[in-house]
Design a protein around this ligand. Structure first.
Ligand code: AMP
Length: 213
């Protein structure tokens, strides 16, 4: 099963992706996590992506398509994938479509997390993430230890969760990402809508029901 998680930044894609992946038995690919790891490690990919990410802008489509190409052909991904944070532009959707065809696969559904901007701003400005495993937290203080067993990371605020970058990311979403949904609609891909507001497990259940329905 190949599923694209779609929605505004802060809609909960990163929270739901591992939960859905575990339940469906397929791995996730979160381009934001791949890019943040590259920035931390100071690789050429990270150096290329850092400034755009901190501003709340998108990194170039070729970079994202390169990550997808490299990852999706790996044996671990042969049974399917949950794509978290890809695709964010129409050229990325076209590129993924080509890549999937080369691999003899297709996007089975786009799971669209529905949420309004007011809720997003509130969520993102309170969000902290573990600096090691990237788990998002909606409570706690910067510097608190990560709650995941065995993880020795500390909670921190992402640079792109500062108010100005949040505004920029919402603008970028409307301009460049929202049209992707119409692109999938025009291709006849199944679009499953989920109300993204509420308790984490309730959203997961709604997402499962939307995918099955
Ligand atoms: P995320 O963790 O998904 O919110 O991604 C964080 C940042 O990484 C975004 O604001 C972009 O700068 C960059 N990024 C992640 N995925 C993509 C993508 N598919 N296309 C372009 N930029 C991306």
């Amino acid at each position: 099963m190949n599923i694209v998680l779609f929605g505004k930044p802060g809609a909960g894609k990163g929270t739901q992706a591992p939960l859905l992946a575990e339940q469906l038995g397929v791995p996730t690919l979160a381009t934001g996590d791949v890019l943040r790891a590259a920035v931390r490690e100071g690789t050429p990919l990270g150096l290329q992506a850092k400034a755009a990410m901190e501003r709340g802008d998108l990194v170039p489509d070729e970079v994202i398509l390169g990550i997808m190409k490299e990852t999706l052909a790996k044996p671990a991904y042969s049974r399917g994938v949950i794509l978290d944070g890809v695709v964010r532009t129409v050229p990325q959707a076209e590129g993924l479509d080509r890549l999937m065809r080369e691999l003899g696969r297709r996007v089975d559904a786009v799971l669209c997390f529905d949420i309004d901007n007011e809720e997003i701003v509130q969520r993102l400005s309170g969000r902290l993430v573990c600096d090691k495993c990237q788990t998002p937290y909606s409570e706690g203080q910067p510097g608190d230890p990560c709650g995941k067993p065995g993880c020795e990371g500390r909670l921190m605020r992402r640079k792109d969760d500062e108010p100005e970058a949040i505004r920029r990311r919402l603008h970028v979403y409307e301009e460049q990402t929202a049209p992707v949904l119409d692109w999938y609609r025009s291709k006849g891909t199944r679009i499953a809508m989920v109300d993204a507001v509420g308790e984490v497990n309730a959203v997961t259940q709604r997402a499962r029901a939307a995918l099955e329905g």
